[in-house]
Each structure stands twice: as C-alpha cells, then as structure tokens.
Design a protein around this ligand. Structure first.
Ligand code: ZN
Ligand code: CA
Length: 372
C-alpha cells in the first residue's frame, strides 16, 4: 500500500502539490533543535509517562474528562472563513472518535475490537473566555497572509497576522487556516515545558465534515489525529523506521500507510509486526479519513497520563457550560441554543430536506433533517 502510493504521489505532484498529512514530527524535531529547554523536557516524557501509568493502575476508572476548545479561524478568503456549522461538525467528530461512538467501529478488524478504546475524553467549545465572559468558543481573525507555514507559526500571534492563544493550561487552542504546501495539520506534543505555541493547527479544507472540504481528508480525522499528538500520542512507527510509539498494543510498523488498506496488511520491513500486519486503521496512521476508526487501550493510557501530568487543568475547570463532563448533561439538562444550516445561517426553521445543526449549550451538536 505504502509503496504503490509513493509512486502515485510522484505522478500527482507533477500536476498539483501533494497533500502532506501531518507536520507534528517535523515541528517537534525542529523545536527540539531550536529550544534546549523544550528538548530536555520532551526527552523526559516517555519515562515520566511509563512511570505514571505504572503508579496509577486504576487510572482507567476515572470519569469522563472534558477538554474546553477554542477554535481560532484565521482567514483571508471567504472560503477560509469557515462556518460555525463546519466547526460544530468537527467537535462532534472529536467526541465520537474519542468516545468510540464513531459510526465505523465495525470496520475495526475483529482481532482488535477488544483493545479499541473509549478514551473517555470529550470536547466542548468553551463557553467562558479567559476574561470570564460568555463565549461561543470561536474567534475569527481576518489576515493579509495567503498561507501560513509550520516553520514560523504566524497564525499563533496577532503581531504576525494571526491571533494569540488563550491560556494553554485551560484551553485546547485549535487554529484553522490555510497551510502552505497542502499540509493538513500539526500539533505541539506535551511536556513540562510551557510551550507558548501549544495547540493544534488544521487546514481549513480538512476541518470537520461539512463545508468545502477536500477528499479524502474530509471526515474530520486530521483533527482527531492531531489532538492525539497534543495528548502525547506518536505515529505508529515512532520517530524512525520500525520505531517505537511507546504503546504495546499497537503493532510495530515500518512507516506511514496511505490510502486504505485491506486487513491483514503486512509490512515486510518490520519482522516483528506479526501475523495481523499493521494497524493501518488507527487514527495515528496516515490513511484516508474514511479508513481510520480506532485508538487502542494503550493509546488511551498514554493520553490520560498526558492530561494528568502536563494538562491537569483539564481535570477541573468550569469552562464547559458550568459543568465538567458534557456527558453528564448530554441527555439531561442541555438547552437548545440555535439551529443553523451548513452555511451557519440561523433563519433555518422553515427549511426542509436540508441538513440542519441543532446546537446545545453543552457544546453538543446534532445533525437533523426535516423531510417533506
Ligand atoms: Zn501525525
Ligand atoms: Ca506499538
């Protein structure tokens, strides 16, 4: 699968610029080179994580953790100024993927069904901003820049044509903008170093499930993948060929898989992969959005360790509609805030046979259609 796709890519790149699935590894390596404190802190993360998991044998019994999100839309063209509905659709994907409520769980091969995790992590659009005021959890910034690059992260600063992050101890900052070279996204991995650039960046054409999206990265899985990095998950192949992702229940694999695989997909280069082949449908591979469907229990352990060690404000905050854990409210006392269509218009009550998004005060969104 991998080799065939590489050849295809070469062919395609003659005509148009190729898609680059993820810049997190490049970002992290570059940042470690530039910043000694970051490098020292990152070097300690794997041993700290291993120790934390060992010392907290009952950590999986924790209740739901809810992460407050602020989405910063940084736009030049109208199409980059994505609709609220597109943003809501992405929050919905995150909640489904991290709670294993995604529609495609049955695509996980039977052999891995038992290790597929409900990570017990949820996401809300923040309802309280850093000043204590009510917010939609969405900011919109017009910029003069046509593109942003991974090297300078200009989207993360008002002085350079973007917008400053909200305090990263309290919020997951997600910038949505146009990225150079077809890069789909990148994230900052956690550590004890307080990275002023902390957060996730996603290309506007790969964010959410509705709007002007680019196939095959149009199911919101770029953000699922990048938030995985933000919670300390590595790619399945670690940092190098047949490397180690520090997760024991993901098989070893040589490097990235693209496209869609057929189980079992053997990766002959790593003879330790095993008879089931690579876990190409894991969110931390590079396969198409429609072909990804799980995090494992081992990955869940690592994410919970990351939150407890490096993002502990996420365990106790009051930034998600006055309650920690949207699942507690999900079917009880949530209130309908508004109904919007795919373009974010609110005067939609009379529209029939068109998808509408019902937005609730706990950050949850339901897609409904009035059939006539
Ligand atoms: Zn990645
Ligand atoms: Ca592994």
């Amino acid at each position: 699968m991998k080799r065939i796709f590489t050849l295809l890519l070469v062919g395609i790149s003659l005509i148009t610029s190729a898609q680059e699935r993820c810049g997190t590894e490049a970002y992290t390596k570059n940042m470690m080179k530039k910043n000694a404190s970051f490098a020292i802190a990152r070097d300690k993360v794997n041993s700290q994580t291993e120790k934390w998991i060992k010392n907290h044998p009952n950590h999986r019994e924790k209740t739901i953790i809810t992460i407050p999100v602020v989405v910063h839309v940084v736009w030049k063209t109208n199409s980059e100024n994505i609709s609220d509905a597109q943003i809501f659709s992405q929050i919905d994907v995150l909640n489904k993927d991290f709670r294993r409520l995604n529609q495609d769980t049955s695509d996980t091969p039977p052999i891995w069904q038992s290790i597929a995790a409900d990570s017990e992590i949820e996401f809300c659009l923040a309802t309280t901003d850093p000043n204590g005021n009510t917010t939609t959890g969405i900011t919109r910034t017009q910029t003069s820049l046509s593109e942003f690059t991974i090297n300078d992260s200009y989207m993360k600063s008002a002085a350079s044509g973007g917008i400053n992050p909200w305090p990263n101890d309290d919020y997951l900052n997600i910038w949505v903008c146009n990225l150079t070279g077809g890069l789909l996204g990148y994230a900052t991995p956690p550590s004890n170093f307080n990275n002023p650039e902390d957060g996730v960046v996603v290309r506007f054409k790969s964010f959410g499930t509705t709007g002007a999206l680019q196939s095959p990265y149009n199911q919101g899985r770029t953000t699922t993948h990048e938030v995985g990095h933000w919670l300390n998950l590595d790619h399945l192949w670690g940092y190098g060929n047949c490397g180690n992702d520090q997760v024991s229940d993901t098989p070893k694999q040589e490097d990235e898989n693209f496209d869609c695989g057929t189980f079992p997909f053997q990766d002959v280069a790593c003879n330790t992969t095993g008879v089931n082949g690579t876990m190409f449908m894991n969110y931390m591979d590079y396969t198409n959005d429609a072909c990804m469907n799980l995090f494992t229990n081992g990955q869940k352990d690592r994410m919970l360790a990351a939150i407890n060690q490096y993002r502990s404000n996420m365990l106790s905050h009051n930034l998600c509609g006055g309650s920690v854990g949207i699942s507690e409210q999900k079917n009880n006392n949530r209130k309908l805030i508004k109904i919007v269509d795919v373009l974010g218009r609110t005067n939609t009550e009379r529209q029939k046979n068109t998808p509408l998004f019902y937005i609730y005060d706990n950050g949850s969104v339901e897609k409904k259609m009035i059939i006539e």
